[in-house]
Design a protein. Structure first.
Lengths: 287, 317
């Protein structure tokens, strides 16, 4: 915040303003939906949901898990799994460089974070996608970490809750990415055979290979309000059918109406709604 | 320019045209031109060999989508007997882009399922150019469960640009239909052999592509996104499709090297469409051989092996 203004104002006021400047930079956020200018700490307290219009904004995987799980007893699963660039893929940038950049900005090794813990005292494993990591795209690491999450569930007889948000399969890993669809779907089949609950709660946006695999395979399919969910992106569909898309097309509410979802759940209700469902599915006493 | 030949095949087309011309001249004049024709034929073979020995990924991709590329029904009629087509998903409709039914492979009852792009304009429209709707995938799953119940192996033939990206397809749950097939195929209690005969287009291909053995014809392709789609997103222009095809490694040989494909079936010189009967015989032989191996396994072993195979996909540290 140091600028020509600092030189003009008396030092006493300067120090005051400096105290305020302890608040990290970029204190203000703008709602992508209604345009309201929002004070970030307040927005974060509201789980990144716009207090004016209820628009659900992006949460990082870390933020998502921090709010969803009870604070105590969290153990990260498969934290050490790292991506490799087997194909030496290069487009306008090297895949390797894209990975390094994404790891730097997100602090994550890849686009899925898995943590074992409890939600309102119900033991659970959570797998959260990070859309800020290369669009939450699913490559080998995401597939492998999802399977390891399932394996922890199978071993400890735990339910799995996943929050998918993704542009789809990761093109830079080509067919290896596509095969993650089959890999994750097969792991979910194992969960079902063991009668362990899998809840998928889709988050804006959720498309392509992630939507067409693990995301749609929940015993319960949920989504946050207004989330865009689909197989093909709206631009591809428009170019193919040469028609304007109907109002609200591919939003959670649209999917609910067409029978693809069990329920649309606001972010602040996710903990109570999911824990209550899990208690019933796992035959635990009511809270 | 001969529309039955691709750009890079035009020199071959020119030679073939010359041979045809000579033969017509020969017929008219009762001249002995056999020697000349044979010479040109040899030249054609050599030229074809040299062109086809060094194809780029993008050229293979064009071959996989060749207008003359043999389709599922053409293979069915040559490989199987008693193919009886079954229709409909029992919920919504019958999708022409996916065909299937019971048949016999050397006398043995099997379930065959394939994507069908269509040959004539009329058939192409009827089959939606081989891009399935959710009801197509649901029909395929119904047929697979039928096969499991009546102890028939499942043989799938993959040839699609991808699942259809349309409004109705989204409304009826394209994602769910694909996802559910992936899940259920992973535990279907009967052997499954998947063969990519042309274009293996992304999730729309994989949705009938989970199984115990993955075959690819030499000039077929299999990829997470079309080269054009990849180019327009990552290279910012679809005109760099050739680069995208190379980078993604979509050809049978490359995917075999990477361990993603179990077996590559050699095609006749110039591609499967130059000798459909030979290609069919070769594919039939591969299906019979692999099926025999899979049918020796107990149902438990078969599923364990399939699960391990699925879990082995991927590279990470």
């Amino acid at each position: 915040m140091s600028s020509w203004l600092d030189k003009l104002v008396p030092s006493i006021i300067r120090s005051e303003s400096r105290a305020k400047a302890n608040v990290p930079e970029g204190v203000w956020d703008k709602c992508g939906n209604c345009g309201a200018v929002l004070y970030r700490p307040e927005l974060e307290k509201n789980l990144n949901v716009c207090p004016k219009c209820e628009h659900h904004m992006t949460l990082s995987a870390t933020q998502r898990i921090a709010f969803f799980l009870d604070p105590d007893g969290q153990v990260e699963v498969a934290a050490d799994v790292e991506p490799v660039d087997r194909l030496k893929f290069k487009d306008s940038k090297r895949y390797k460089d894209r990975l390094v950049a994404a790891q730097k900005t997100t602090g994550q090794k890849d686009a899925l974070k898995v943590v074992k813990g409890t939600v309102e005292q119900v033991p659970v494993v959570v797998a959260a996608f990070d859309f800020t990591f290369m669009g939450g795209s699913m490559g080998s690491v995401v597939g492998e970490k999802f399977v390891r999450a399932v394996n922890v569930c199978l071993e400890h007889k735990l339910p799995l809750v996943c929050f998918p948000t993704s542009g789809g399969a990761r093109m830079q890993e080509a067919l290896f990415s596509l095969m993650q669809m089959a890999k994750t779907a097969a792991a979910i089949e194992k969960m079902q055979q063991e009668r362990l609950p899998f809840i998928s709660c889709m988050v804006d946006p959720c498309y392509g290979g992630v939507s067409a695999s693990l995301a749609m395979l929940g015993d319960l399919n949920m989504a946050e309000p207004g989330a865009r969910i689909g197989f093909a992106g709206p631009r591809v569909i428009e170019q193919t059918v040469r028609q304007t898309l109907p109002e609200g097309f591919q939003r959670s509410e649209f999917l609910l109406e067409h029978g693809a979802l069990d329920m649309v759940v606001a972010r602040q209700d996710l903990r109570p709604v999911i824990s209550r469902q899990l208690r019933k599915m796992m035959h635990l006493n009511a809270a | 320019m001969n529309p039955n030949y691709l750009d890079f095949e035009q020199p071959i087309a020119e030679l073939e045209a010359k041979i045809e011309e000579l033969r017509l001249v020969g017929n008219d004049h009762e001249l002995n031109i056999t020697e000349q024709v044979d010479k040109l034929r040899n030249q054609t073979v050599k030229l074809t060999e040299s062109i086809f020995s060094n194809l780029t990924a993008w050229q293979v991709s064009q071959l996989a989508r060749h207008p003359q590329r043999p389709n599922s029904l053409e293979y069915f009629s040559r490989i199987f007997t008693e193919f009886d087509e079954m229709h409909g998903d029992r919920h919504y409709g019958d999708d022409g882009a996916i065909i299937g039914g019971t048949a016999r492979l050397e006398g043995q009852p099997v379930m065959v399922i394939g994507q069908q792009k269509g040959r004539s304009v009329q058939e192409k429209v009827k089959r939606n150019f081989g891009s399935p709707m959710p009801e197509g995938y649901r029909k395929a799953l119904r047929l697979m469960e039928f096969a499991e119940r009546f102890r028939m192996p499942v043989l799938t033939f993959i040839d699609t640009a991808g699942a259809y990206p349309g409004i109705g397809a989204e409304e009826r749950g394209q994602s769910e239909a694909i996802a559910f097939n992936l899940q259920k195929m992973s535990s279907l209690k009967t052997p499954i052999i998947n063969t990519v005969i042309g274009e293996g287009g992304s999730g729309g291909a994989l949705a009938i592509g989970v199984g115990d053995h993955l075959l690819m014809l030499q000039y077929s392709t299999y990829s997470v996104i079309s080269p054009e789609g990849c180019a327009s997103i990552l290279f910012k222009t679809s005109e760099r499709a050739a680069d995208a095809a190379e980078a993604m490694g979509i050809t049978a040989h490359r995917l075999h090297e990477l361990g993603l494909v179990d077996e590559v079936l050699q095609e006749p010189l110039g591609g499967a469409h130059r000798d459909l009967d030979l290609m069919s015989a070769h594919l039939k032989q591969a299906l019979v051989r692999n099926l025999a191996g899979l049918q020796e396994k107990s149902p438990g072993d078969l599923l364990d092996r399939r699960y391990k195979r699925l879990m082995s996909y991927g590279n990470f540290n």
